[in-house]
Design a protein. Structure first.
Lengths: 744, 403
């Protein structure tokens, strides 16, 4: 595209009062060689008309020096075929200049933002969406329980072909074993007959749904829109089973014969099965297994009258249940307040349901529910109330201390009860509230033929549940195109499963349609850029393939990466990782940010005018800084912010660029990482932290203080802390003195 | 292993509570709002929270021996503030109804008085008994207006004297009916109250070496409790049902007034009248005793009328269930007042037939009020007074404190 530039400075919102606009315009026209116009309210109809007139006259690359790029996005959208770059003069210059600022410093700050904006405009290219050669819009649903069947029906009703795979010989899953199910309608008081039979009929009768029972998925290869799936008979072995991940050093040992090859006899993950079937996306609804409670010996778990809730449901479905039953919701003993593992709210409601069985089957039935926590969300509170109102159902918070046999009956003892004393209860049966363990805990389940292995990553973070950035993006897994729902995602009751599976089906559809349009699904939904590789200079170092948080990159036998753009989330972690700097996006690349850094004017003879570069995660830290400005809190004006897609995309050459151009320190502001990470790309800030530690060492070897580079974790709510974090960093370096390489 | 209280819920007890006004008992979720608002509750004794869970779990023995249940005078604060609609006040009422039956002597009679199903029987027994004696006395005929005007109800059970001239026939029959009835009720009350005292005593550590004498019991525990009752101090602490004092106080005073009148009549007519002729007719309207009687009768009707209205309001506004336990007492007292005053008014109007019918019903209702007293809500007169005495006893030096 032949670029014709136009730069525009807004003087509204206090910008014109605080800055010498003519001076700024001079920087743009003089240094940056761009036409520059000003307007008192650029976002107004008149302001935009002024720009539009220039566009009509041929301008196609627009630099807007006004408010934050996070606001007025529709106002400054001049069409997909135009490039618009925003320089943040309002929130991050004028509004955060603090009380009694030095006007000269503020003017220099604004000038640098315009220099960076114009440079960015020069380095930005229009993107063309990545297009798959062929696309499959079929959806694969793994697991034929309530969740899988719901997802299948919902996707089919939305017009998509669905294949539903079930390991056993019939659809229905765990629900087939239920005697009754929870209330689903007002007054939310009465148990209902299971509807699973109707659902099975609906699925088998749906022309768009192909059901494969007694079938398993051997492997899912390929990428969203273009998955290649191999099926096999349930329980059988296949050469197309998904290969295990083999690390580089393990491969060395295997090659030397020191280690058996775990993938012996299996086809490599890059091999394409000619008999495979194409799919667009995958819904994983492989469900759960009852938790193992055998470790709780004080509850006499070996006794044949001490059963789990799953076993009790079976007894209740087959016949009459005993008249006196204790439902133990928490192991008690030394664990005290803890519940049985994987319980969530479901086990509370199961106990209420099963207590009703005791009352239904026995006129003198007595059901005791001993709990630490009774969880009945939403309308289930009404179910709880109705159950509580039954004169034969007794509930108390209690710490169960033991279960013992005494004269043919079981005696449950408990302390810390609501009755304000230790109690014992004689019962015929004890039911333990075993939770729902996701199938992903013990097996890969999804069986991907990916370089990073067949299963999900970092399962330990969430007790075996697929890592999903649960609060912000509950449906996402670490594998684009694979959406979990039902028991495999969370221990949940049926009404929740219905919603959950519907949501997963919609995500699966969104993924296919995004792949079809060549745009990112999530979290940069609609992004038309994707990482492009200049393979001639690739050294097969495998850093990108290893570090990609989403397993988007496979590789060939030599180790050359094979990008799968439809798996990609466009975070740029690969770009940050690449030592050869051969990965980049059309509008975001190593050269572009590097040039912007170099565009910052660094005075080499003024000890007061130090310059600091702060690379800011645009997801949380950048809005936090905007909010600092909105609240008119001052931020040190020696600092220049550059937003990045994710700290994972920060290439260490930028640090070098900044320091070699005489800047005095570089700070990275990104999301929290660790167990309760907030990184939108899961691993980005964590990876950046490791890279910064490494670069610190390099700086040390060059005689520079490693402290000149630092990283800080910031939450989106930390707008009040940001000024202090930055000031502390600046003060520390002011104390060290200027960058000794300044001026060279 | 197996330490701690063995819990064996009594389903029938819970069903009884539900039928006797405590239908909301199972709703309690132990938030303790009731204990925060209840003036009877203290730090270590969260009343009525723990009573609610005992009731939910059907622990009737615990509740029967719980003094607080009887000290509660149903001010209604707990019910008003309960966020769950568990109506602790109503549940406690049901527990009290259960307790009166539980301690009632003899049990058969107590059980009979606990259910509205037996109301025809409860009404039928005194109607037949008094009717039969009326028939046997030979007085069962309507007198002439003149005789009625002169003798009033003095010839209700016939004329003449009996027992060798010791008593008039009329007085003899009335004594024959009511003295045994009062005596029986007093004895049954004593039995029940003793059983309750013993039960409650198991919850405190009584000093075995140093026990109160009968005199000490009366002067230190019983009398102060009665005085306190008379002052209606605790009622006045109530928040929600504040206006119950307006009904209960006139009612109590009316009973005291009528007690004085009855005793006056007993002494003057039955004893002095034995020596002095002419005291057998109705007391003159100007007689201070007659004035007291009439004021008391009106106070009784007004008092019970206010309580009636309160009860109806409570049922409407707080959704309390109407119970036999509550309405039997209100109904019978109202009947006593209406029939008594009615009989008097009709006597003054000079219509013997109506007057005799009212008088007959008056006797029947008085019999019901007092003969069934130990087993109906009226028993609170005894049990609550004893419980208040026990409360004083518990705080006294006769009990060794835990700490």
């Amino acid at each position: 595209m032949d670029k014709k530039y136009g730069a525009y400075i807004c003087t509204g919102c206090g910008i014109g009062d605080a800055l010498n606009i003519d001076g700024l315009a001079g920087v743009v026209t003089g240094e940056m060689k761009m036409d520059c116009k000003t307007h008192e309210a650029l976002c107004s109809v008149a302001g935009r008309e002024m720009i539009q007139i220039d566009i009509n006259a041929g301008v196609n690359t627009i630099v807007v020096g006004a408010c934050s790029p996070r606001v007025m996005q529709d106002e400054f959208d001049f069409g997909e075929d135009k490039i618009t770059i925003r320089a943040n003069l309002r929130e991050q210059v004028v509004w955060c200049r603090g009380e009694n600022p030095d006007d000269e410093y503020v003017q220099e700050l604004a000038s640098d933002y315009l220099r960076m904006g114009c440079t960015q405009a020069k380095k930005t290219e229009l993107a063309t969406p990545y297009q798959l050669e062929t696309i499959s819009k079929k959806i694969l649903v793994m697991g034929g329980g309530i969740a899988g069947m719901t997802a299948a029906i919902e996707a089919a009703n939305a017009g998509y072909e669905v294949t539903l795979v079930e390991k056993t010989d019939k659809l229905g899953g765990k629900a087939l074993g239920w005697r009754k199910q929870f209330p689903s309608k007002a007054p939310w008081a009465d148990l209902e007959s299971p509807v699973v039979g109707d659902m099975v009929k609906a699925v088998t009768g749906n022309a768009k749904v192909t059901v494969k029972t007694e079938t398993e998925v051997a492997r899912v290869a390929g990428a969203p829109g273009d998955y290649l799936v191999t099926f096999k008979a349930a329980g059988a072995k296949s050469e197309w089973d998904a290969p295990a991940k083999v690390a580089v050093d393990e491969q060395d040992k295997i090659d030397k014969g020191q280690l058996p090859d775990p993938n012996d006899g299996l086809q490599g993950y890059m091999k394409e099965n000619p008999d495979g079937e194409k799919f667009g996306s995958v819904v994983l609804a492989t469900g759960w297994v009852p938790a193992d409670v055998s470790e709780y010996e004080h509850l006499n778990v070996a006794h044949d009258k001490v059963v789990t809730n799953a076993q009790f449901e079976k007894l209740a479905k087959e016949g009459k249940v005993p008249a006196r039953v204790a439902f133990i919701q928490s192991p008690g003993g030394d664990e005290h307040d803890k519940d049985f593992p994987y319980c969530n709210s479901v086990t509370s409601m199961v106990a209420l349901k099963q207590a009703k069985y005791v009352r239904e089957d026995n006129s003198d039935g007595k059901a005791y529910i001993l709990y630490q926590h009774m969880r009945t969300p939403g309308n289930m509170e009404l179910f709880y109330k109705a159950t509580q109102n039954d004169e034969g159902i007794f509930m108390t918070k209690a710490s169960v201390t033991g279960v013992a046999e005494q004269g043919g009956a079981l005696v449950v003892s408990a302390k810390d009860t609501l009755l304000n004393e230790d109690i014992t209860i004689e019962v015929d049966m004890v039911v333990l509230a075993a939770g729902m363990v996701p199938t992903t805990k013990s097996a890969p389940s999804v069986n991907l033929a990916y370089r990073q292995g067949p299963g999900f990553l970092d399962l330990d973070l969430f007790d075996g549940y697929a890592d999903s950035h649960f609060i912000c993006f509950p449906y996402e897994t670490r594998r684009t195109g694979v959406y979990t729902c039902g028991g495999v995602r969370k221990a949940m009751p049926m009404d929740e499963v219905l919603d959950d599976a519907t949501g997963a089906a919609l995500k699966a559809i969104q993924c296919i349609e995004s792949a079809d349009r060549g745009v990112a699904v999530h979290p940069r939904s609609g992004d038309t850029t994707y990482p492009e590789f200049f393979f001639q200079r690739c050294t097969q170092c495998k850093r990108c393939t290893e570090e990609c948080p989403f397993g988007a990159l496979d590789d060939d036998e030599k180790g050359t990466p094979k990008p799968n753009p439809t798996r990609c989330r466009r975070c740029g972690t690969c770009m940050g990782a690449c030592p050869e700097r051969i990965i980049g996006f059309k509008n975001y690349n190593v050269d572009m940010i590097g040039s912007m850094i170099k565009a910052i004017e660094v005075p080499d003879d003024d000890e007061d005018k130090l310059r600091f570069l702060v690379l800011v995660c645009e997801n949380d830290a950048y809005p936090a800084i905007d909010m600092t400005g909105i609240r008119r809190k001052g931020i040190n004006n020696l600092v220049r912010f550059i937003p990045v897609r994710c700290l994972g995309s920060v290439n260490m050459v930028w640090i070098k660029d900044a320091l070699s151009s005489g800047m005095d320190g570089v700070l990275l502001l990104g999301c929290k990482y660790g167990d309760d990470y907030q990184c939108h790309f899961v691993k980005g800030s964590e990876i950046a932290d490791k890279r910064m530690a490494n670069i610190g060492e390099t700086l040390g070897s060059l005689g520079l203080e490693p402290e000149r580079c630092a990283m800080q974790q910031v939450a989106i709510t930390d707008y009040d802390k940001v000024p202090d974090i930055i000031q502390e960093f600046v003060d520390q370096i002011v104390e060290m003195g200027p960058n000794p390489f300044k001026g060279f | 292993m197996s330490e701690g209280m063995r819990v064996e819920p009594d389903l029938n007890f819970i069903k009884y509570l539900k039928s006797a006004g405590g239908d909301s008992v199972k709703k309690c979720f132990q938030c303790a709002t009731c204990s925060v608002v209840c003036p009877l509750s203290s730090d270590g004794n969260p009343f009525p929270r723990k009573e609610m869970i005992w009731a939910q779990w059907g622990l009737k023995e615990r509740l029967a021996g719980d003094v607080n249940v009887l000290l509660c005078h149903q001010c209604g604060d707990c019910t008003a503030y309960c966020p769950r609609g568990a109506k602790p006040g109503d549940v406690l009422g049901a527990i009290r109804a259960y307790a009166y039956t539980h301690y009632g002597f003899p049990q058969g009679l107590a059980k009979m008085c606990s259910s509205g199903k037996n109301f025809p029987l409860l009404l039928g027994i005194p109607m037949v008994l008094i009717g039969l004696l009326w028939f046997l006395s030979g007085g069962m005929h309507v007198p002439s207006v003149e005789i009625f005007k002169e003798a009033g109800f003095g010839h209700f059970f016939g004329e003449g004297k009996v027992l060798g001239g010791l008593l008039t026939k009329n007085v003899a029959f009335i004594d024959l009916i009511f003295l045994p009835a009062f005596a029986f009720a007093a004895f049954a009350s004593f039995k029940g109250a003793t059983a309750m005292w013993n039960k409650m005593s198991t919850s405190v550590n009584a000093n075995q070496d140093y026990r109160p004498s009968a005199k000490q019991f009366v002067t230190e525990f019983l009398l102060p409790s009665m005085v306190e009752t008379l002052q209606h101090k605790r009622f006045n602490e109530c928040g929600t049902n504040q206006n119950r004092v307006k009904g209960h106080l006139p009612l109590v005073l009316a009973f005291i007034g009528l007690f004085i009148v009855t005793n006056y009549a007993f002494i003057v007519k039955d004893i002095i009248g034995y020596f002095v002729e002419g005291l057998h007719g109705p007391i003159a309207m100007g007689n201070p005793i007659k004035i007291l009687a009439n004021i008391s009768a009106i106070a009784m009707i007004v008092g019970v009328g206010i309580l009636w209205a309160n009860r109806s309001n409570t049922e409407e506004s707080q959704g309390s269930s109407p119970t036999f336990y509550d309405w039997f007492l209100i109904g019978v007292i109202m009947a006593v007042g209406i029939t008594g005053l009615g009989a008097e008014l009709i006597r003054l109007l000079g219509i013997p037939s109506f007057a005799y019918f009212f008088y007959y019903m008056h006797l029947v209702s008085i019999f019901m009020l007092f003969f069934y007293m130990p087993y109906t809500k009226f028993a609170h007169m005894v049990y609550r007074t004893v419980a208040m005495a026990f409360e004083r006893y518990r705080e006294s030096g006769f009990v060794i404190k835990a700490d």
